[in-house]
Design a protein around this ligand. Structure first.
Ligand code: ATP
Ligand code: MG
Length: 306
């Protein structure tokens, strides 16, 4: 695979640690989801040129207020994007994704901003400001988009790689007159979440890199540059999720310490075996397995006297 091995092995390790924390603490998860909503809305809209700051975006979404001096359109971009996130969340567990799901998503992005085009492929040529790339003619869009929908249906393989390919295909086709970037970034999140990853935020601060990696991947006809860029965003999200959903690292015991308090008399080696084979709720930090008192107690209770 094209994904940088060092990043990929860290991602797998962190994803594994995160999965061990399931089912997640509901309160902590709700908080993460709310933060994600504001962060993604702010950053994705700012990449597109919206001038609301992070705190203004938060105010609009959480307090329902309007910000003085900002246009109706900029406010609609914020509230529409938040509704689009709700819609994406509703699609995470849908059995099959279809063209209509993507059109509905785009319809939310441009709702009441450009009713003529919201939810419809473009009928004319489109240019991407700041680039020399000319997307395909409108007549070719529906057929080309079928390739994007085929990718969206992909099961198996590394989800980050497929997500990167979907994004690339989408922005290369540029199916809509406007809102392509915002829609593409939401679809990346949809695909990642459908495949067990936390959602990702491409930051306003890395806009230049983001645009450059898109151009590089197309020029080289190789997803590697954009894929590695996206993978860094995935790792960042995993770190945030682990931080919020994981126990304090201080609450974890080394297996040697766990062995000392084991009621069933498990040795460090036996605990290590249980951890490696996934039988006990242990989490890997770097190269070492660790476990909480609760996870140890739970396993010991279930296996008392055996
Ligand atoms: N050279 C390029 N080739 C293809 N796509 C590109 C290129 N440069 C940027 N893009 C994509 O096109 C998007 C801009 O397209 P468009 O204006 O339709 O979307 P938007 O949602 O309104 O804006 P934005 O994507 O900036 O938020 C960028 O965000 C990026 O995803
Ligand atoms: Mg635009």
């Amino acid at each position: 695979m094209a994904l940088d091995e060092a990043i990929y092995s860290r991602i797998l390790e962190k994803k594994n640690a995160l999965d061990k924390l399931r089912p997640f603490n509901r309160g902590a998860l709700a908080k993460l989801q709310e933060t994600f909503r504001v962060d993604l809305t702010y950053n994705s809209n700012a990449i597109e040129g919206n001038s609301l700051s992070l705190s203004e975006t938060k105010l609009v979404l959480e307090e329902g207020v309007t910000v003085g001096g900002k246009s109706m359109k900029e406010h609609l971009e914020v509230t529409n994007h938040s509704k689009a996130i709700d819609f994406v969340e509703s699609l995470v567990s849908k059995r099959n994704l279809e063209e209509i799901d993507v059109l509905n998503l785009h319809a939310l992005i441009l709702d009441r901003i450009d009713p003529e085009n919201a939810g419809f492929y473009r009928r004319g040529a489109v240019r991407i400001s700041g680039t020399t790339y000319t997307p395909p003619s409108p007549a070719k869009v529906p057929a080309l988009m079928r390739e994007a929908y085929a990718l969206l249906k992909t099961k198996g393989g590394e989800p980050i790689e497929t997500a990167a390919k979907i994004h690339q295909k989408f922005v290369d086709i540029h199916p809509f007159i406007d809102g392509n970037g915002r829609t593409a970034r939401l679809i990346v999140n949809l695909y990642l979440m459908r495949n067990g990853y936390p959602p990702v935020v491409i930051l306003r601060a890395e806009r230049k890199k983001y645009i450059n990696m898109i151009a590089k991947s197309r020029a080289e006809n190789d997803i590697t540059p954009f894929l590695n860029f996206l993978a860094k965003a995935v790792e960042r999200s995993l770190d945030i999720y682990l931080d919020s959903l994981g126990k304090n690292p201080g609450e974890y015991l080394e297996l040697a310490e766990a062995a000392k308090i084991s009621k069933n008399g498990y040795s460090q080696e036996y605990l290590s075996l249980l951890a490696r084979t996934g039988k006990i709720g242990a989490v890997k930090f770097g190269r070492n397995w660790k476990i909480t008192k609760e996870a140890l107690g739970k396993y010991e209770k279930e296996h008392a006297g055996s």
